[in-house]
Ligand binder design. Structure first.
Ligand code: ATP
Length: 853
């Protein structure tokens, strides 16, 4: 065992307990990657070519614009990476170590050589080491040995050179505890562990692309092909129209076609999704939901079923004992009399067959057990003293499949095994009963009374534990077979009140078209009573015990699940089947879990949700989201965030695509009408690479609204590009293109091509900036507070406006940007037409979606 000082020194000497990651990309590499896009390379070549042919200014401006755009891209990528990294730190694994004789929970990377580590079911083994204490420890070492059965450990030393799988008194980093408890001393960390030796450099895990990104990339590719063909045709047409063919004609046509392609192809879609998702996850982390997999954010938007644990998630997990049932009578907590031998024995048993501690007010352990020792201390019993007096010599730890826990104690005058657990399990193991300090055979009358009492407690929403014991003549290890032939001692009923916010969260969840389902290890009647109180269950018939689904086929289960809101006495296998049944019905399912056995169900669910406080490391590792407050209401908040983030991404995409479409329409119209091209290449690049990217990101960061919770969940697998969405893009793009062409025609009629291009450029650029406000919501927002609620958007608009006005007004820039000086009325027309996009598109929204109220 180390002191904190020794641990610090060892850390300095041996370094952190982590596997070396592959090199990260430097900012310079990220910057250079921004130029990797095929079209950008072509554009640079085209600009250089046209520079050689005399248009040096254009070439310089294009180069500057591309560079600024690359800087913007680099900053965004770095920021997104930063926020994803901070998420990783938040969900980093932890380990329990004993230093200075105290137990601390520390990040696993801080575990060092010589540390004493405590292991419990559900913990990851943080480093290699040798066992010092061991209680029925079983470890899953499949990651190292490929052996899927858990390995049983003991203090017995293995012969030198034994293969890993046979080293019974050693534990290895990367494996996890499936059962039991142990303490061990660390002998190897980081790359010196067995797993470190076989792991070659771990490359910093590439984030998998989310379904939305895959969907958008796919769309982007198809769209690119169409646009490239269009640009190719356009290039041919303009060469043809020129009437002759020379270097300059070709270079001009080529540069324009490439610029149009760069401007129209939405290559930034997928990276906007990354940026918005990663910023969204930061907001979620502040609201207690840590996202471990980015896909989960999207998935949350279409969750239609939430399967939640009861204890601690829907309830407070702050238990207090309310009643005893002992000597065949109910005793409320204020009437407990420890002068009565059986009541005293029950109290002692509940403190001894118990792993929780409460030292100086710091509670460590399972709240069910903490409630029991807290009651003991009310009667003046010091937990550690009592455990010292009646030493525990053997134990079979609690597990939620068996629903029992047993410990053997040295009672001085002999040994006794104390067992506590679920009433319905323990009752089948009873043969005797202790009443008024006398033991006799248990009768069916006694059993009936116990069951009645259990029902009565449960109907009050109380959690009930049964206690039994068995005297032993000798000190010998116990196994689950020994948990039989017990003498009944009593029942203890505890209250675990629902969380204050659960009822509202359940109501919000139902209003949002999501079905909440309670899945609990607790008794059916207790579960139903709590479920009813918080609104999950309306009728008793909606509650069943997990075992009823065992005889059902998968098809039968699929028919069955919609009728049920509460599953009690559930085993981890039931959980998986319930999730699958809902998934087979076409639902996206979120499922909570905390134990080591919950990991498969968490992986099976679309959104596995682990508990940050009470959850095991294994369950956290299997989950895609961790609740730092273990609270059901947080899941609902996360769903709201998920839906809002999705809506924002959609608005941002709508903004980009409709604007691009407007530009293409203008080019197409001019070409069909045999007019000059409406924009110079630098105009298109200016808009697309400078003034457009910031509003697009700002739209992704729109403040979240409650509106989204009034809608039904997004259908599973629905593409973001629904018919309705594409129609919006088409209509809005048309309006933007129309305004641009009106400006172009006015300019053309007044003073020819250059004025026409200047006015078209100004109108399109400003029109798109204004359009940012249209894209805030599907419904009109023009006369609402919401219009001004996004400061990022207002900022992006102001900056864009400043840039375009500077280009239009500062005459020194005119040559560079291929514009001509506008007089006041021409400026007025440009502003007016750009602004007209707002009322027209808002009116269209009003016609299609109704008003906002
Ligand atoms: P949830 O699944 O909603 O978290 P839960 O905490 O009741 O509910 P489990 O922890 O699997 O689920 O407990 C199942 C049953 O086992 C409980 O209803 C109780 O009767 C019994 N039990 C719980 N904790 C202990 C314990 N520490 N020792 C003995 N029996 C226990």
């Amino acid at each position: 065992m180390l002191t904190s000082e020794q641990a610090r020194k060892n850390q300095e000497k041996y370094g952190f307990n982590e596997l070396v990651e592959g090199k990260k990309k430097t900012p310079v590499q990220i910057f250079l990657e921004q130029f990797k896009d095929f079209l950008v390379i072509i554009l640079i070549i085209a600009a250089i070519a046209s520079g050689f042919l005399g248009d040096i200014e254009s070439a310089v401006v294009i180069f500057i614009v591309i560079t600024i755009n690359a800087i913007l891209g680099t900053v965004q990528t770095l920021k997104a990476e930063q926020s994803l990294n901070s998420l990783k730190t938040l969900s980093a694994p932890t380990a329990k170590v004993i230093r200075d004789n105290n137990m601390y929970e520390i990040p696993s990377r801080e575990v060092t050589i010589g540390d004493r580590v405590i292991l419990e079911a559900g913990d990851y083994v943080p480093a290699d080491g040798t066992l010092i204490e061991c209680a029925s420890l079983k470890v899953d070492e499949s990651m190292l040995t490929g052996e899927s059965l858990a390995a049983e450990k003991s203090l017995e030393e293995a012969p030198a050179g034994a293969p890993l799988g046979d080293q019974t008194n050693k534990v290895f980093s990367g494996s996890f505890v499936t059962y039991g408890r142990a303490g061990y001393e660390v002998t190897g960390i980081g790359m010196e562990t067995e797993v470190g030796k076989i792991a070659t450099l771990i490359h910093s895990a590439q984030e998998k692309r989310t379904p939305l990104q895959v969907n958008l990339d796919d769309f982007g590719k198809k769209l690119s092909i169409v646009i490239l063909i269009f640009c190719g045709i356009l290039m041919g047409v303009s060469i043809y129209k020129a009437g002759h063919f020379d270097k300059n004609v070709f270079a001009d046509a080529f540069l324009f076609a490439v610029a149009l392609a760069v401007a129209a192809i939405p290559e930034a879609l997928s990276s906007i999704v990354t940026i918005v998702l990663s910023f969204g996850t930061q907001k979620m982390a502040k609201e207690n939901a840590i996202i471990r997999k980015l896909q989960a954010v999207e998935g949350l938007g279409s969750v239609s079923i939430i399967c939640s644990d009861k204890t601690g998630t829907l309830t407070q997990n702050k238990m207090t004992v309310e009643d005893y049932y002992v000597d065949n009578q109910r005793v409320t907590v204020d009437k407990i009399d420890i002068k009565q031998p059986d009541q005293k024995f029950l109290l002692h048993s509940s403190m001894l067959c118990n792993d929780s501690t409460n030292v100086g007010g710091k509670e460590i352990g399972d709240p069910t057990e903490t409630a029991l020792i807290n009651l003991g201390s009310n009667f003046g019993y010091e937990t550690l003293e009592l455990r010292q007096k009646y030493k525990r010599v053997y134990e079979i730890p609690f597990d939620s499949d068996r629903k029992l826990m047993s410990t053997t104690h040295d009672l001085k005058e002999g040994y006794a095994m104390l067992t506590k657990g679920a009433v319905d399990v323990l009752i089948n193991r009873l043969t005797k009963i202790k009443i008024n300090n006398e033991v006799r055979e248990i009768t069916s009358e006694d059993l009936k009374k116990i069951e009645e009492m259990n029902r009565e407690f449960s109907e009050d929403g109380l959690r009930v534990l049964a206690f039994g014991y068995k005297e032993l003549t000798e000190k010998k290890p116990i196994s689950v077979e020994d948990e039989a032939d017990l003498t009944f001692l009593g029942l203890i009923a505890m209250m675990d009140p629902p969380r204050g916010e659960s009822k509202d969260a359940v109501a919000e969840c139902i209003a949002a078209g999501i079905k909440p389902v309670m899945i609990t290890g607790d008794h059916k009647i207790t579960a139903a009573a709590i479920a009813k109180r918080i609104g999950i269950l309306k009728d008793k018939s909606e509650a069943v015990e997990g075992a009823v689904i065992e005889s059902m086929s998968d098809e039968e289960l699929q028919e069955f699940v919609p009728k049920i809101s509460v599953y009690a006495r559930v085993s981890p296998e039931h959980k998986i089947r319930i999730v699958r049944a809902w998934q087979d019905r076409g639902n996206i399912v979120a499922m909570t879990g905390d134990g080591v056995n919950d990991a498969p169900a968490l992986k099976q669910a679309d959104i596995g949700v682990a508990m940050g406080i009470t959850g095991t490391e294994v369950s956290k590792d299997a989950a895609s989201m961790i609740l730092t407050d273990d609270n059901f209401a947080t899941i609902i908040k996360a769903v709201k965030n998920g839906r809002n983030i999705y809506a924002n991404i959609k608005h941002s995409i709508q903004f980009l695509l409709s604007g691009n479409f407007g530009a293409i329409l203008a080019v197409l119209a001019a070409s069909l009408a045999s007019l000059p091209v409406p924009f110079a290449p630098v105009h298109l690049l200016f808009i697309n690479l400078l003034t457009d990217s910031l509003p697009a990101i700002a739209l992704g960061l729109e403040p979240h609204s409650n509106e989204v919770m009034k809608e039904k969940p997004r259908p599973k697998g629905e593409s973001i590009l629904t018919g309705n969405f594409l129609l919006s893009i088409g209509l809005e793009g048309f309006v933007i293109g129309l305004m641009t062409m009106v400006a172009f025609m006015i300019g053309y009629k007044t003073d020819g091509a250059l004025l026409a291009q200047t006015m078209a450029f100004g109108t399109l650029c400003m029109g798109r900036l204004v359009h940012g406000f249209n894209c805030k919501a599907n419904k009109p927002v023009i006369f609402t507070k919401r219009f001004f609620d996004n400061w990022y958007l207002i900022g992006a608009f102001a900056l864009g406006l400043l840039l375009i006005v500077a280009v239009l007004v500062i005459s020194d820039l005119h040559n560079m940007f291929k514009v001509q000086t506008l007089n006041l009325s021409q400026l007025g027309i440009v502003f007016g037409l750009a602004l007209l996009n707002l009322p027209i598109i808002q009116l269209l929204k009003r016609l299609r979606y109704g008003s906002n109220n």
